[in-house]
Design a protein around this ligand. Structure first.
Ligand code: DQA
Length: 157
């Protein structure tokens, strides 16, 4: 059976330190918590009759395992790889193994205005789209985009 928004969730993955969202460098990342972001994503998916499977890990291998899971069971992936964006060939390779699966990368901050080492993302080499600098609202945009890629014709704003 083909995967659709109605029968498979969107995997929303969050990398290291995002469990501290709201308390960690609020001048950069804002005051919303990861629970707030989960609610935002669920609402954005529900508009299209979809749902999210929202997870966070501080461990690279766990994120790789979850991408493998999404490859089998999910309709697309929204990922904020956090610091692993700039270092992880393993996460890039896992995403590259997800043939045809919509992948949108999100960064809360504008990584291009920050330190040089944040300007490059390995994940961007596979992502179908990249959103940066829109705050946590970027997650809603990313969910919206994955929904549109997963089901062409889905109503977008
Ligand atoms: C981040 C940007 C990364 O450079 C950083 O390591 C993070 C969060 C963002 O959402 O802006 O942890 O991905």
């Amino acid at each position: 059976m083909p995967r659709t928004l109605a029968n498979a969730p969107i995997m929303v993955l969050n990398g290291p330190n995002l469990n501290l969202l709201g308390r960690r460098q609020p001048e950069i990342y804002g005051s919303d918590t990861l629970a707030d972001v989960e609610a935002l994503c669920a609402k954005a998916a529900a508009v299209h009759g979809g749902s999210v499977d929202f997870r966070q890990s501080n461990h690279e291998g766990e994120l790789v395992d979850w991408i493998h899971e999404a490859r089998q069971n999910h309709v697309g992936i929204v990922i904020n790889p956090a610091a692993y964006s700039h270092t992880s060939v393993a996460i890039l390779d896992a995403l590259k193994a997800c043939d045809g699966l919509p992948v949108v990368e999100v960064h809360i901050s504008n990584i291009h205005q920050r330190e040089e080492f944040r300007h490059h993302s390995y994940v961007s080499l596979r992502a179908d789209g990249v959103i940066a600098g829109c705050g946590v609202q970027g997650y809603a945009f990313a969910v919206e985009r994955v929904a549109a890629l997963a089901e062409p014709g889905v109503a977008t704003v």
